[in-house]
Structures are given as structure tokens and as C-alpha cells.
Design a protein around this ligand. Structure first.
Ligand SMILES: Cc1cc2nc3c(=O)[nH]c(=O)nc-3n(C[C@H](O)[C@H](O)[C@H](O)COP(=O)(O)OP(=O)(O)OC[C@H]3O[C@@H](n4cnc5c(N)ncnc54)[C@H](O)[C@@H]3O)c2cc1C
Ligand code: FES
Length: 267
């Protein structure tokens, strides 16, 4: 599958190592995406990596947030307005918001996990009346690594938003420590709660464990598994996790299906 050329319409630096790009197809329209899906983004001459779609731009096109951690993500973060990148997709399973209708909702994000959850949060803000109590909890290393700080402040007008940091600085007045501490602080009815969880695997396991302890069934805890991927379409086996190909069967899966598999090391 050949990547389609997309033009960088805008580039917003979010943090020292993180940028949000708005990408528009050079020709035609971009295929619709469902919250939680990802595209394979190609930095010309460098390589291709999976990146979640964080939103639709008003003008059409995808909004995608990239953190520079290695060669390809660094090249994408360096892209300037007008540059061309390649896009395949969107691929993968999605956050099933319809299953959360009428229920209390917990959204838990660790670090960059906020990016794949952004479309979920925007839907919850826009249509809060369709759901019960809505809590958004987020954890990050330091105040300086928190992405979308302005949006978090805006979302806080409609949702119960709580952020914790591992290492506070002098400006930080909020909670500190693990996100699991926040699970204990938020109000929800476990018997009628749906949870969306995304972040590093250790964080997701700990958060899912805490939600289970509070009585949320494993089948109503959705996680996004960011295993290393190459093809994104079920051909290479790179993303295999037990019987699952996380590019096809995931990235979004419920905890009952993956709890036992999360011990498996990445290829
Ligand atoms: C479904 C999916 C959605 C993703 N969404 C986003 C997103 O919205 N924004 C974003 O910045 N990143 C996202 N990632 C992670 C991103 O794909 C990796 O950071 C990227 O592949 C790194 O490639 P690289 O060439 O820049 O660095 P590499 O040299 O390949 O890796 C640099 C370092 O990052 C680690 N790494 C590589 N891939 C992953 C991964 N999948 N998870 C955790 N650590 C990894 C490597 O082990 C290594 O330590 C997503 C991954 C998946 C599978
Ligand atoms: S990334 Fe190739 S099979 Fe999933």
C-alpha cells in the first residue's frame, strides 16, 4: 500500500519534543476516521510509523500529535508548513463510545495517551447529556511534559478533570504521584461505568487493576495497545500479541481480552 501525499497545513509546537500537525491530502478528501484509529505516517526518506488521529481539522484533514523519540518521529516533528508527508490509513479498531452511552465515564490518560483520547474527550464535552458523570484523569512526568494544557483547562469547565504529575516543579499546585491515586478520588458507579484508558502499558495495567478493584468489569475497560508496528494492515506480524495482531484486532481492546497478554515482550 503506497502512502498518499499529504501537505502539512499547520504545525503547533506543544512541548519541547512534541508537535501537533494538521495534515491535508494533496488531492481529494481524506478518509473518515473513528476515535482511536491511527495512520501510518511516512517521513520521506526516513521511514513510517503509526500515529493516532487526534482529530479532524475544520478545513478537512487530520490532526496528529507526534513526540520526537527516534529517527522517524523526529523527522515528522521537524516538518514545516507546506512540507509533504505520506499517509496510509486510518487503520485499527476504535473507542466504542456507543457502549458508554447512559453510563458514568472514566477517561484515563498517561503522558501522550491523551492524544488518542482527544476525540473521545471532545465527543464527551460536546454531548455530555448522553452520558452520566464524566471524569478525565491524566498523569504526566512533569508539568512541562503535559500536552494540551489549554484544552485541559477548557475541558475542565464541562468535565471533572484532574491531573497528577510524577515530579512537580515550584509552579505545580495540583496532585502528585501515580494516576492510580486519582482513580480512588473520582466519583462513579462501578456497575454502570465505562472506562477509556491510554498510556504506557505499566500505567494501563495499574489503572485497569484499580478500576477492577473498584468494581468496573474488565469488559468495560477499553485500552489502546501501542505495540511496535511495521505494516499496519496485518501482513508482517510485527505487532503480534499472543493470538492478536494489534494493528487489526487493536489498538483498542477491552481488558478482558488482553490482561493475560500484557506480559508479552514487544518484537
Ligand atoms: C497504534 C499506535 C498509535 C500511536 N500513536 C502515537 C501518537 O499519537 N503520537 C506519538 O508520538 N506516538 C504514537 N505512537 C508511538 C510511535 O509510533 C513511536 O513513537 C514511533 O514508532 C517511534 O519511531 P521512531 O522511528 O521515531 O523511533 P524508534 O527508534 O523506532 O523508537 C525510539 C524509542 O521509542 C520506543 N518506541 C517505539 N515505538 C513505540 C511504541 N509504539 N510505544 C512505545 N514506545 C515505542 C522504542 O522502543 C525506542 O525506545 C503510536 C504507536 C502505535 C502503535
Ligand atoms: S503491523 Fe504488521 S501485522 Fe500488524
Amino acid at each position: 500500500m503506497i502512502p498518499a501525499p499529504y501537505r502539512v497545513r499547520s504545525r503547533r509546537p506543544d512541548r519541547a519534543d512534541t508537535v501537533t500537525l494538521t495534515l491535508e491530502p494533496v488531492e481529494g478528501t481524506c478518509p473518515p476516521f473513528l476515535p482511536g484509529q491511527f495512520t501510518m505516517l511516512y517521513a520521506p526518506g526516513v521511514g513510517e510509523i503509526p500515529i493516532s488521529v487526534s482529530g479532524h481539522a475544520r478545513s478537512g484533514g487530520y490532526v496528529q500529535t507526534v513526540r520526537a523519540v527516534g529517527p522517524v518521529s523526529r523527522a515528522l516533528c521537524r516538518a514545516r508548513r507546506g512540507d509533504i508527508v505520506g499517509v496510509r490509513g486510518p487503520f485499527g479498531t476504535h473507542w466504542e463510545l456507543s457502549r458508554a452511552r447512559g453510563m458514568d465515564v472514566v477517561v484515563a490518560a498517561g503522558g501522550l495517551g491523551l492524544a488518542p483520547l482527544r476525540p473521545v474527550i471532545r465527543e464527551l464535552v460536546a454531548h455530555g447529556a448522553r452520558y452520566g458523570r464524566i471524569s478525565l484523569i491524566a498523569g504526566t512526568r512533569t508539568p512541562a511534559t503535559l500536552i494540551y494544557p489549554r484544552e485541559l483547562a477548557r475541558w475542565g469547565r464541562d468535565l471533572d478533570v484532574q491531573v497528577t504529575v510524577d515530579h512537580p516543579d515550584r509552579t505545580w499546585t495540583g496532585p502528585t504521584g501515580l494516576i492510580t491515586k486519582l482513580v480512588a478520588r473520582i466519583v462513579f458507579d462501578p456497575g454502570r461505568t465505562y472506562a477509556f484508558v491510554c498510556g504506557p502499558e505499566l500505567m494501563m495495567r495499574a489503572t485497569a487493576g484499580e478500576l477492577l478493584r473498584r468494581g468496573v468489569p474488565a469488559g468495560r475497560i477499553a485500552l489502546s495497545l501501542e505495540r511496535n508496528m511495521k505494516c499496519g494492515i496485518g501482513r508482517c506480524g510485527h505487532c503480534q500479541l499472543g493470538p492478536l495482531f494489534t494493528c487489526l484486532d487493536g489498538p483498542v481492546l477491552t481488558y478482558d481480552r488482553v490482561a493475560a497478554l500484557l506480559e508479552v515482550r514487544q518484537l
